[in-house]
Design a protein around this ligand. Structure first.
Ligand SMILES: Cc1ncc(COP(=O)(O)O)c(C=O)c1O
Length: 470
């Protein structure tokens, strides 16, 4: 019998969801089961993908990613045009960046936000117009700033007063005038369902609203710098709009005060728009978010008697998150039976061939994921499982709790949904595991967009091999 009242299951886990079903919204658009019950993406079966590219494997539904990029960009364009302004939508590259993805998002009309010299190098290697790049970071090195200015990035987001002189010096040497934003800490911090509004934020990013006018005045004293507006980012995986509305209200008040001194053309409210990671997650759709932010900004601007500025946004996860699943092979299983308040309850540990090295989020933030048996369906009852990785770390969990058919066994393939954002980009070589490949699938064709690492890659930087590196 299905273990529907397993006391080890978290309360949010809905045991009535069909254990073979692919719940829409969590999976990419083209993910389906074929006649034999196997999961396919873009018309390609998971066994073919595993056979050709091995597991673990990040599998991207290319059409889904492109469509999401377009939809997110169009949502903000439409919302801002309703209030008489325009939008610039930056894809937050930290979510997942490679040259192919840069081209997809730029083709969809987006800009790209990078947060390090390495991310900048990827964006430039993709061949995009540097003017479409925004450069972030609370501790950019002088070399990073010089390179960003020299190549002509569109905006640099100044994160502290230290950076004013550094960016100005670089601009002077390059003979350029550099557009800059100032990252402000709005005091609103949001995470999924809740937001906190405080006077001062105890965090490393940005400067307080109270300090902003003096810093902007300092920026304006530099003829090499062109101040385009303030920026804030209130958090990640946010489902509602209240936190955005609150920070918009605070930022528009600051924007209005700065506009009294000289025109301020833009206002950037960052990213953080949530996605569904598992059945039952219900993030607000991007059109509603865009409309509500635009109308909150417009009403605040009306109250301050200023025009609605050009609005910039920086979605990462909302663009790429649901485009991708990670495919793993099952190696071992183990049932544990525990006594929970006098009743016995079982959980099946299912160990796969990856883990915290390809998805650090469960270990890092306690993030929850959703898993499905991928190479077949099964009529067996649902069994509470915990999908564990292969690392020497008991916190090496990929899916903390979900149901799988009770006959899941070694050799099966598992697909873990919504791993497009902050999985590959946070991946590591812990235990000297090779980082998996990323494969994009479209029109029944699968191709590698980032190759997986090999043992030779793992050994390449070890100076003790072959007499050491010269
Ligand atoms: C400044 C900034 N912008 C945008 C983002 C993207 O956030 P998300 O992927 O949640 O949309 C982040 C994420 O940390 C960020 O720090």
């Amino acid at each position: 019998m299905p273990n529907f009242s397993n006391p080890l299951a978290p309360t949010w886990l809905d045991a009535s969801v069909d254990v073979n079903a692919l719940v829409p919204g969590v999976w990419a658009d083209s993910v389906a089961r074929d006649g034999s019950g196997e999961i396919t993406v873009g018309g390609v079966t998971v066994t073919e993908l595993a056979h050709r590219f091995s597991t673990p494997l990040y599998v991207v539904d290319e059409d889904h990613a492109k469509a999401r990029a377009r939809r997110v960009r169009e949502a903000f364009d439409a919302a801002l045009s309703k209030v008489g302004s325009t939008a610039k939508v930056y894809y937050a590259g930290k979510a997942f960046l490679c040259t192919e993805v840069v081209r997809w998002v730029v083709d969809a009309g987006m800009y790209v936000d990078v947060a390090s010299g390495g991310e900048l190098a990827v964006a430039l290697a993709a061949g995009i117009d540097p003017a479409r790049i925004g450069f972030h970071g609370n501790n950019k090195s002088i070399a990073e700033i010089e390179r960003a200015v020299a190549v002509g990035v569109g905006t640099i987001v100044v994160d502290s007063d230290w950076e004013i002189e550094r960016v100005a010096d670089a601009a002077r040497s390059a003979g350029r005038r550099q557009r800059v934003r100032l990252r402000v800490n709005s005091g609103v911090h949001a995470n999924t369902h809740d937001f906190l509004a405080t006077a001062h934020e105890d965090q490393k990013f940005g400067i307080t609203i109270a300090d902003a006018p003096a810093i902007v005045a300092e920026i304006r004293l530099h003829p090499e710098l062109d101040f385009v507006g303030v920026h804030c980012h209130i958090g990640s995986q946010i489902f509602g709009t209240a936190g955005f509305a609150e920070s918009a209200s605070r930022l528009v008040a600051l924007h209005a005060a700065l506009s009294e001194v000289a025109p301020v053309p833009e206002l950037n409210l960052g990213g953080g728009f949530g996605i569904a990671y598992k059945p039952g997650d219900a993030p607000t759709d991007i059109e509603t978010i865009a409309d509500e932010i635009a109308s909150a900004v417009a009403s605040q601007c009306a109250a301050h008697n200023i025009p609605v500025p050009v609005m910039a946004f920086e979605p990462g996860r909302a663009v790429i998150g649901t485009s991708t699943f990670t495919l793993y092979s099952v190696g071992t299983t183990k049932e544990v039976t525990l006594d929970v308040e006098g009743a016995s309850a079982t959980r099946l540990y299912v160990s796969v061939d990856g883990g915290m090295s390809d998805n650090a989020r469960p270990a890092l933030y306690g993030a929850d994921y959703h898993v499905r048996l991928a190479n077949r369906i099964s009529p067996e009852p649902a069994q509470l499982v915990r999908v564990a990785g292969k690392h020497c770390e008991s916190g090496d969990i990929v899916v903390n709790a979900d149901y799988l058919p009770a006959d899941v066994e070694p050799g099966d393939l598992l697909a873990v949904a919504a791993t497009g954002a902050y999985c590959w980009s946070l991946s590591s070589n812990y235990n000297y595991l090779a980082r998996p490949a990323v494969v994009a699938v479209s029109g029944s064709e699968a191709r590698v967009i980032v190759r997986g690492e090999t043992e030779a890659d793992l050994l390449a930087r070890d100076a003790g091999i072959n007499g050491g590196n010269k």
